[in-house]
Design a binder for this molecule. Structure first.
Ligand code: ATP
Ligand code: MG
Length: 406
């Protein structure tokens, strides 16, 4: 079937009342940016939707990219016909013949937006339906529960016909709900958490703590690759690489072996909070999942979470590992996440990490570390290296459009 355009329907943004117009404009920009590799496409905005004219671009390729854009509820490939009965009938028949698998029942729903068209919608339902039936004797009409509903939209200049509705990624347009910092380790969980945050309309900046030279250059590369994978969904992504070696070494010497993970995580949050302030982010997202490891018990989460006053968002908190893995596969981060490079935290894992750390003891240990430790935190913030990444690498290398949202 030769499709001429795609109707893209927007999702939850329609509930946002007054700002709807701005969010829709924002989503359109994001769609255009994501589809920049299809230069022939042209765009027309409609109410809570956008019409993308293919102008010869391949529908399948465009659809594959559209599926990953947040804020899109659904979309349909559309064929257009001139304003003339026979052309519309022929087009309807061609569409019905290409539905795969072939349906047994169908119904035609005509909407006549252009009232000058000589037949009204009831007549048109009949004229199109009977034409299709005549040419496809195996088909039947079922107005209540048809397998396929053929929609015919008679507009001013041409008539649009379609019957497929593809599910979009859902969620909100990226950035609509503000910005958050994502704690990105090299593991399976945190990229999934980042994807979920983006799906809910959060623009994210990733923060990764490394203990170079204890952790390798490859471990860092792995995180860069993960951030690039996320950039496929989120346009450009800023990745902050925080030098964590001195802090970890200091904590390892503190003599509180079982608390070291708790102390490390608290330091991470304090540093991230400072980076968030600079970036105007209002939350921290992590890949924590309840009960997965010692630092993710309720007791640990409580003590760790208190080191930052920003809201801590944990999209995976109630999910099982297998569910998280399924998402990781789906969003194309799994293969990278399972590469066997060490994370800074795995280097210092004690034999028996506290599963229920005592906040007062933790605070006492931190107080004891004193100003010298605060300076290490300052140094880590100052020493943070920031790279801006796109799906394919560092921008500038590619000619990606610089626009408001990416
Ligand atoms: P992941 O699979 O994402 O590594 P995990 O199950 O290994 O998670 P932990 O190592 O306990 O869990 O980490 C919990 C969360 O803390 C991670 O999901 C991530 O958000 C954050 N985190 C852990 N290590 C780092 C790091 N080196 N840099 C940034 N964030 C980190
Ligand atoms: Mg990890």
């Amino acid at each position: 079937m030769n499709y001429d355009l795609i109707i893209v329907r927007f999702g939850e943004i329609t509930i946002k009342g007054r700002n709807r117009n701005r969010f829709e404009a924002m989503l359109l920009l994001q769609i255009q940016s994501a589809l920049k590799d299809f230069p022939a496409l042209s765009y027309v905005r409609g109410y809570a939707r956008v019409y993308i004219h293919l102008n010869g671009e391949d529908y399948g390729l465009v659809a594959a990219r559209l599926k990953d854009i947040f804020g899109i509820m659904s979309f349909s490939p559309v064929a257009s016909a001139p304003q003339e009965l026979e052309s519309i009938q022929k087009c309807a028949l061609e569409i019905m013949r290409t539905v795969d698998p072939a349906p047994k029942t169908f119904k035609v729903s005509v909407k006549r937006g252009w009232k000058q068209f000589p037949h009204d919608s009831l007549e048109m339902n009949h004229l199109i339906g009977s034409y299709v039936l005549r040419h496809c004797p195996e088909l039947k009409v079922d107005v209540r529960k048809p397998e396929v509903e053929l929609k015919v939209d008679i507009q001013h200049k041409e008539t649009y016909l379609y019957c497929e509705v593809e599910k979009g990624a859902g969620g909100f347009p990226l950035g609509m709900n503000g910005k958050a910092m994502l704690l990105l380790s090299g593991g399976i969980d945190s990229p999934v958490a980042g994807w979920m945050a983006m799906k809910k309309g959060l623009k994210i900046e990733a923060v990764h703590f490394h203990s170079y030279p204890f952790t390798s250059e490859q471990a860092k590369e792995k995180v860069v690759t993960l951030a690039q994978r996320l950039a496929y969904y989120g346009g450009k992504i800023r990745l902050h690489l925080v030098p964590f070696t001195d802090i970890q070494t200091k904590l390892a010497q503190s003599g509180h072996d079982s608390l070291i993970i708790t102390l490390m995580r608290r330091s991470m949050l304090k540093i991230t909070e400072r980076l968030a302030e600079r970036s105007g982010a209002l939350a921290i997202v992590s890949g924590d999942s309840l009960g997965q490891v010692a630092s993710q018990t309720l007791g640990s989460m409580n003590v760790i979470g208190r080191s930052s006053s920003l809201p801590l968002l944990r999209p995976l908190v109630m999910m099982d590992k297998q569910e998280i893995i399924d998402y990781a596969v789906k969003i194309n981060t799994f293969e990278t996440s399972i590469l066997p490079f060490e994370d800074c935290c795995t280097l210092f894992v004690p034999k028996s990490p506290a599963t229920n750390p005592d906040l007062r003891i933790v605070e006492r240990v931190e107080a004891h570390l004193g100003e010298q430790f605060d300076r290490l935190i300052d140094d880590a913030v100052e020493g943070t290296e920031t790279v801006l990444l796109t799906e394919t690498g560092v921008p500038g290398a590619s000619k990606q459009r610089e626009d408001e949202w990416f």
